[in-house]
Write a protein that binds this ligand. Structure first.
Ligand SMILES: [Zn+2]
Length: 275
């Protein structure tokens, strides 16, 4: 996948569209896809230039934002199986590369909708193709997509792993702990602080695993393993409704493998089972 940010007046011959409405993505349940050929859609109300975000095997992928009252479905599209859904809802159905493209599309559609107007003088922004950024004639600084770095970590103690759940999770689902990196902090410092703040536990032996773009709304998740050092679980802030130790042989529902939290947990368990 080649990443691009080009504004096109019309679609290239070979192209697919990723459609958003109120930050929800158009998804075809029966085909398990969120990208659609322009010819299948009803695009008569679309007059703005289209942002192309990726090039895959000579096919251009575009993000398009539509209004709530706009009927985007073409004549032969089945409204029974094609709906706008929260990207989280379909995370479990997407493979890694499909998730990355959807993630990029979601982050960039939010960037487009929040940069219609200049935040300094209030006039309409223009798109600078060379920079791949929104600009205003008042010479305020160009607006590039913004990504927030976060740490995400699996705390382990031999056959035990510490997982938490937020009240927004499905029943019995637990995940790794995560948090935003503060200004002036490095990732290891952020990890130690976040773990202490969320569950009152001290950790050591921080080991980098991998990273992942995370579109809720626009994070870069930096994944680490860390070892339990001391402390009893106490929920210190309001972010989690529960956190507990789980034996690797008796796990709750965990996040899907397409997410870095799911990968951290699966990777650690596989390592333990080989012992
Ligand atoms: Zn301005």
């Amino acid at each position: 996948m080649k990443l691009i940010r080009e504004l096109h007046k019309s679609f290239k011959e070979d192209s697919k569209l990723i459609i958003f409405c109120d930050s929800k993505i158009l998804y075809d349940q029966s085909e398990n896809t969120y990208s659609f050929a322009p010819k299948d859609l009803n695009l008569k109300n679309q007059t703005k230039p289209f942002l192309s975000i990726a090039l895959i095997d000579d096919c251009y992928f575009y993000v398009v934002n539509v209004n709530k009252d706009e009927n985007i479905l073409g004549l032969f599209m089945n409204p029974e199986s094609i709906n706008f859904v929260d990207l989280r809802q379909i995370l479990g159905f997407l493979d890694q590369s499909s998730f990355l493209l959807a993630s990029r599309a979601s982050i960039l559609q939010a960037w487009i909708t929040s940069n219609d107007f200049c935040s300094i003088c209030g006039k309409s922004n223009l798109y600078n193709d060379k920079e791949g950024a929104f600009e205003c004639k008042c010479k305020s600084s160009p607006k590039y997509p913004t990504i927030s770095p976060c740490i995400i970590t699996l705390i382990h103690d031999e056959d035990q792993i510490l997982l938490g759940r937020s009240k927004f999770f499905p029943p019995n689902m637990y995940s790794t702990l995560a948090g935003f990196i503060e200004a002036g902090e490095n990732t290891e410092e952020a990890l130690v602080r976040e773990v202490k703040e969320e569950v009152n536990v001290d950790v050591s032996d921080i080991e980098y695993y991998s990273s992942q773009s995370w579109p809720f709304p626009a994070q870069l998740m930096l994944g680490y393993f860390c070892k339990y050092k001391s402390g009893k679980i106490v929920l210190n802030d309001n972010e989690l409704e529960d956190a507990r130790w789980f034996n690797v042989h008796e796990l709750p529902i965990i996040p899907p493998a397409a997410s870095i939290s799911g990968q951290l947990i699966r990777s650690y368990i596989e390592g333990r089972l080989k012992l």
